[in-house]
Design a protein around this ligand. Structure first.
Ligand SMILES: *Cc1c(COP(=O)(O)O)cnc(C)c1O
Length: 338
């Protein structure tokens, strides 16, 4: 099977497994796991933030940011198709007790003026705007890159109103690789950021949330409250460190693979590409072909390709290192033959 459902399906490399095997460990809740400390230090350096925290998942990393930045009854501003709004099981309401103010995005990017207009005035009727969230790359916008210029403009609005800005950067390294810009060109325009080690970077488990020292100190407490205080976590941090160090440089290969799939899909009658394919995600509309997305997923499954539904008539292909260039060529051949 050629598995293009998600870059989360990547399995740890041999180097990651060896790193886990050999990891020096201790009790991380006591702050005594040298491998976790090393990963956090390296992540903070790479992301250009004072401190970083190893968390269990991207969802946990985002929720810790929302919990740390806000108080119950606050309102948070975020893009209407963002992961934090769309895919985190209502956690911002269930856990943080905040309400959401969603704004439409263009290719995942919100208009800075619209963000400013959505910030609440001081009035006893109004909730306080407690946080602004961005997503980069934007998943539901098909792995779209949100430009550093857009981030900078929204960060300026946020600072003007003394509101923190969090970036859900589950795939921020894909943005960095595709734009040919250091990841700090993006992260300098936010207060806190979450990055996934377990997507395109291929680690088995884990994410990083980074920010200033005071934020991380408070975030650590929320991680503990959420049950994310792990003990000999170096076993997990060691492959994470390999992911962060050795896997960023190869992400542009995944982008080439996505471009190959896009080209093949463009030759298919009744299929139209819905996104610009900036990075490793291709979203296609199959309605004109007379299929629902569920039917099309089944058609490809029968031919040995796994993909995901992304709406009633939309499907998503995600490339990653566990699908080789040969397999991508094979998938492209199958698509052309449809
Ligand atoms: C995958 C993803 C997350 C959540 O990561 P998990 O590790 O699956 O919890 C958050 N944001 C975006 C944009 C994602 O794509």
């Amino acid at each position: 099977m050629i598995d293009l459902r998600s870059d989360t399906v990547t399995k740890p490399t041999k180097e990651m497994r060896l790193a886990a095997f050999e990891a020096e460990v201790g009790d991380d809740v006591y702050g005594e796991d040298p491998t976790v400390l090393k990963l956090e230090e390296e992540a903070a350096r790479v992301l250009g933030k004072e401190k970083a925290l190893f968390v269990t998942s991207g969802t946990q990393g985002n929720q810790i940011a929302v919990l740390t930045h806000t108080r119950p009854g606050n309102e948070i501003i975020l893009e209407e198709n963002s992961h934090i709004f769309y895919y985190e099981s209502g956690a911002v309401a269930a856990l943080a007790g905040v309400q959401t103010r969603t704004l439409p995005g263009i290719k995942g990017a919100m208009d800075p003026d619209a963000v400013e207009n959505a910030i609440r005035d001081v009035d006893q009727h109004f909730p306080e705007t407690g946080l602004i969230c961005l997503e980069n790359t934007h998943n539901r916008a098909g792995g779209a890159i949100v430009s550093p210029e857009n981030m900078e403009a929204i960060h300026a609005v946020a600072r003007k109103h003394s509101i923190p800005l969090h970036v859900d950067g589950a795939r921020l390294f894909n943005a960095s690789a595709a734009a040919g810009k250091d990841v700090k060109e993006f992260t300098r325009h936010c207060d806190t950021v979450q990055i996934c080690l377990s997507k395109g970077l291929g680690a088995p488990v884990g994410s990083i949330t980074a920010g200033d020292s005071s934020f991380i100190q408070r975030a650590r407490k929320w991680r503990k409250r959420l049950g994310g205080g792990l003990r000999q976590a170096g076993i997990l941090a060691a492959p994470g460190l390999v992911a962060l160090t050795n896997m960023r440089g190869r992400l542009s290969e995944d982008h080439k693979k996505a471009a190959i799939l896009k080209e093949a899909l463009e030759t298919c009658e009744g299929i139209s590409i819905m996104n610009d394919v900036d990075t490793n995600i291709v979203v296609a509309d199959v309605k004109e072909r007379g299929n629902t997305s569920a039917e099309f997923v089944e058609i490809l499954r029968d031919k040995g390709i796994l993909i995901g539904g992304f709406g009633p008539y939309a499907v998503r292909f995600v490339t990653h290192y566990d699908v080789s260039m040969e397999q991508v060529e094979e998938a492209a051949e199958i698509l052309r033959s449809l």
